[in-house]
Design a protein around this ligand. Structure first.
Ligand code: PEP
Length: 253
């Protein structure tokens, strides 16, 4: 079965209540009845209900940008997997490079988040990616191996059909400098091979591996036409309906 690509917009800490509603509505209208590519929007936490309402009855899924690995409790400022489900989320991004490298999250916490979200029934977009100095030191594969293996520690094989991996080289995120299609393909092949060691070939063949890092309307087609690039996680270019929709169209088979 060919893999259906997933294009997800990560709005990061941008938009207002009003612009989030308008952006979701514009993406919805622009997408129309297109069903050959899966689409998700990940707004900031406070706008989840607003965007859920704007997307209600559409094919576009709602996603969150983070989650805390507890059901409830005295965790000021945090949001549980159950709360995200209640808000209408299907996806949650875990281990984004801004959380790893700006906020300081470690693989152990990322693993707890992935496990808790999967156990609750969410689909997890697990982000992995090397820094520039790691790429320059030929450490890309060992970094990806480490982040994937740690991120999925104790995740059962029955849960990985709700897992998406996003390869996001840190040096390409928000920098305007995307990985070349060949660099992306090479990393995706490695990740799929490593995943097949962990969960078997069948699961690896159906695993969606998105590319993220300065995906724009004008480079999307080249990246998304690589055999192992199964969609995109889009930051900056997801904040305008036109550029996001152009990327979605570039993902069409
Ligand atoms: C991201 O936020 O995951 C991302 C890839 O950002 P950008 O597209 O802006 O590089």
């Amino acid at each position: 079965m060919p893999r259906v690509k997933l294009v997800a917009g990560n709005w990061k800490m941008y938009t207002t209540a009003g612009s989030a509603r308008d952006l979701a509505a514009a993406v919805r209208n622009g997408l129309g009845a297109e069903d050959r590519v899966a689409v998700a929007l990940c707004p900031p936490f406070p706008w989840l209900p607003i965007v859920a309402e704007a997307l209600a009855g559409s094919r576009i899924s709602l996603g969150a940008q983070d989650v805390y690995p507890e059901k409830e409790g005295a965790f000021t400022g945090e949001v549980s997997p159950g709360m995200l489900l209640d808000a209408g989320c299907r996806y949650v991004i875990v281990g984004h490079s801004e959380r790893r490298h700006v906020i300081g999250e470690k693989d152990t916490l990322i693993n707890l988040k992935a496990r808790a979200a999967l156990e609750a029934g969410l689909s997890v977009i697990l982000c992995v990616g090397e820094k520039l100095e790691e790429r320059d030191a030929n450490k890309t594969e060992s970094v990806l191996d480490n982040q994937l293996t740690w991120g999925l520690r104790d995740v059962s094989s029955s849960q990985v059909d709700r897992l998406v991996v996003a390869y996001e080289p840190v040096w390409a995120i928000g920098t305007g400098r995307n990985a070349t299609p060949e660099q992306a393909q090479q990393a995706h092949v490695f990740l799929r091979w490593r995943f097949s060691q962990l969960y078997g070939e069948k699961s690896a063949n159906s695993l969606l591996i998105q590319y993220g890092g300065s995906v724009k309307a004008d480079n999307a087609k080249d990246l998304l036409s690589q055999a192992d690039v199964d969609g995109a996680l889009v930051g900056g270019a997801s904040l305008k309906a036109d550029s996001f929709l152009a990327i979605v169209r570039a993902a069409l088979p």
